[in-house]
Structures are given as C-alpha cells and as structure tokens.
Design a protein. Sequence first.
Length: 188
Amino acid sequence: MKKIITICLILTLCISACENRRQNKDPKDLAEDQNEAHFDNTKVEDDAEFAVKAADGGMMEVELGRLAQNKAVHKEVKDFGAMMVADHTGANNELKYLAQKRNISLPAALGKEKQKKYDEFNAKQSGEFDSEYISFMIKDHKEDIEDFREQSKEGKDAALSNWAASKIPTLEHHLAEAQRIDSVLKKR
C-alpha cells in the first residue's frame, strides 16, 4: 500500500512539474509547438509560423503604442503610439479571425523576446524614450514589411497571403511616419 501511495505521489509531482514547465513556456513557442503538432504539412506550417510571428509582433506594437501614449514627451510620438494601438489592434483582430478559421494557434500573450523589449522601453526615462522608441519603430517596420511581402508572395494560404498584402500599405505608412518623426526629433 505504501508503495502505491509513493508511486501516486511521484506521478502527481511529475505531472505537476510538467504542467509548470508548460505554463512557464514562452507563449510564442507554445503556439508554434501546437501548430507543429496540428499541421503535418510543411507548407501550412510555414503559414502558421508567419501568423504566430505577426501576432506576436502586432501585440508588441499595441503594447509599445500604449506605453508611448503614456511615456512620450513629444506630441508626435504620443500620436504615433495612438496610431499603433488603433491600427495594430484592428490587424490583430483580423489575424485572430483568420487563424481561428484555419485552426492556427496564436500566442495568448507577448513572447519572451517581445516582452523583454517592452520591459526595456518601460524602464526608459521619458527624455530617452521618444527617440529610442521611434528608432525601434523604423527598424521593426522595415522587418515587418519584408516579412509581410514574403508571405504575400510565397504563402500557401490565399486568405492569409491576401491579408498580409493588404497590411503592407499600412506598415509602409507607419514606417514613413516614424521616419518623419525621427527627422523632427533630430532637429530639436
């Protein structure tokens, strides 16, 4: 009887430890793992990887935009942050709908890398926040435009590729606005 109780206790602890590891896992990695388990087709898996990356990036844009609205000194940066929140919230909702229709798992929260970036910006003083945030937005939007162009041309899921293509003009507008604001900030 003691052996059975001991074995049950050990199994319970093992299950609990496994669950804790899963709960502490990066939300982005967890979504990618779920997609890999669900899709055995590499072509579909590539679309799912794009969706996960786009969702993670989109959530970060919203959170950093909110941070900019509260932390930025210059009105242009605050307004840019508001635009990020509005535009990326809409895009994120559209992506969630598309992913749900295709049984693609998306991260429920920021991935560890994006959370780390958010924490870095949250720790910045108001005076240094504006220029560093705008510089990051320039770099980030250049990368996003490249990723979205690739998905629009090479994606296997037509609806997801069309969605990516439809977001490129907005991303280009964000890039142009960030570059304009960067120029204004450098003149001050």
